[in-house]
Design a protein around this ligand. Structure first.
Ligand code: PLP
Length: 408
């Protein structure tokens, strides 16, 4: 007899499961396009030079210690992160209507924000894009949301944002529903609404009294320019919207395992901030109590030291340029091979991922026959490509789509 008898085995988390399958694969040629982490041309993880230099400086700084940080986090980091996403000249900052809360990476910011909305504001209906990042629904359900619904995002036939259905789904959402929007570089589709489409989305959310929850996990990574990538969020702020924004520094600083994130909060009236922060302190106290300092110190120093910030800008530009080059290389090779189907979306999409349109059966074939590992919805991490393997991957896709017909 055990207290734990009868607990069913949960399904594996696909992205980690597929990554493990890749690592255990013994074939001499294999390609990993699964996990959402940057890889160099050599297929290796990258510690940004500016991050390494800053870490060394922190390690040598004998004035620092390992005392607890405040519950809401490292002051300088919270401010720098908020300024990064809203822009230093944001009206919300100038009018004292915004603040940051340090969280455990993007996931922790989503979780703290969701739990706050559910438990303090009694907002328990959320809408996530269909498709979306594999963890959104789980986070919101575990945080106390009783309904986590979909809004249409993707037009599978035409491989574009299905703006008409998206807007219709938002129109139909009950008021006070929480709408989760990807700030840039939508995961998994790699396709963002245009500026005009964002304006329409904002108009519906405002008119229907819905609540905006932005998730920005790839700021700077999408276009190479952090300001450009925050356009939609800043537009919503300019329209006077209240919102929370989960920010991750996993991808744009390469700090995946340090769990550095921020929840930026924008309100209409500074008078509500004291209540908000005190209740948020309780949410965090009951979760992780105090956040870790190492990553927050790095991000703070880099963002607030002009020379370091410039180095960081160069690093994100070099990452996003390499991704663009790999998109072009994959498309060129597929075009050269005259691979059946249309593939222009590979270079139209931005950020780390491409939503290839490959079916689950084609994905199985790619893994079984060619040892090219990707997610079953056809999402590939473009960073897994490099000049040495891109032709191999294109040929594998070409053989697969000829052998396994798509029924779309
Ligand atoms: C859309 C989206 N949101 C949030 C996250 C959170 O990532 P992390 O918790 O590692 O910062 C990710 C990571 O892949 C993501 O793709």
């Amino acid at each position: 007899m055990s207290f734990f008898d009868g607990i069913p085995v949960a399904p594996p988390i696909e992205v980690f499961h597929k990554n493990a399958l890749y690592l255990n694969e013994t074939a001499p040629v294999k390609v990993n396009l699964t996990i959402g982490a940057y890889r160099t041309e050599e297929g290796q993880p990258w510690v940004l030079p500016v991050v390494h230099e800053t870490e060394v400086e922190i390690a040598n700084d004998t004035t620092l210690n390992h005392e607890y940080l405040p519950v809401l986090g490292h002051e300088g980091f919270r401010k720098a992160a908020t300024e990064l996403v809203l822009g230093e000249n944001s009206p919300a900052i100038k009018e004292g209507r915004s603040f940051g809360v340090q969280c455990l990476s993007g996931t922790g910011a989503l979780r703290a924000g969701a739990e706050f909305l559910a438990s303090v504001c009694n907002m328990k209906t959320a809408y996530v894009s269909n498709p979306t990042w594999g963890n959104h629904k789980l986070v919101f359900k575990k945080a106390g949301f009783t309904a986590v619904n979909d809004y249409t995002f993707w037009d599978y036939d035409n491989k574009r944002v299905h703006i008409e259905k998206l807007l219709a789904d938002l129109e139909a959402a009950p008021e006070k529903s929480v709408i989760i929007l990807h700030g840039c570089a939508h995961n998994p589709t790699g396709m963002d609404p245009t500026q005009d489409q964002w304006k329409s989305i904002c108009e519906v959310i405002k008119r229907k009294n819905l609540f905006t929850f932005f998730d920005i996990a790839y700021q700077g990574f999408a276009s190479g320019n952090p300001d450009a990538d925050a356009w939609a969020i800043r537009y919503f702020v300019d329209q006077g919207m209240e919102m929370v924004v989960s920010q991750s520094f996993a991808k744009n600083f390469g700090l995946y395992n340090e769990r550095v994130g921020n929840l930026t909060v924008v309100v209409n009236n500074p008078a509500v901030i004291a209540g908000f922060q005190s209740q948020m302190s309780l949410v965090i106290r009951a979760n992780w109590s105090n956040p870790p300092a190492h990553g927050a110190r790095i991000v703070h120093k880099v963002l607030t030291t002009p020379a370091r910030r410039e180095q960081w800008n160069q690093a994100i530009q070099s990452m996003s340029s390499r991704i663009k080059e790999m998109r072009a290389a994959l498309l060129n090779k597929l075009t050269e091979l005259q691979t059946p189907g249309t593939w222009g979306h590979i270079t139209q999409q931005i950020g780390m991922f491409s939503y290839t349109g490959l079916t689950a059966a084609q994905v199985d074939h790619l893994i079984a026959e060619h040892k090219v590992f990707l997610l079953s919805d056809g999402r590939i991490n473009i960073c897994g490509l490099n000049t040495k393997n891109v032709d191999y991957v294109a040929k594998a896709i070409d053989e697969t789509v000829r052998a396994v017909k798509s029924n779309i």
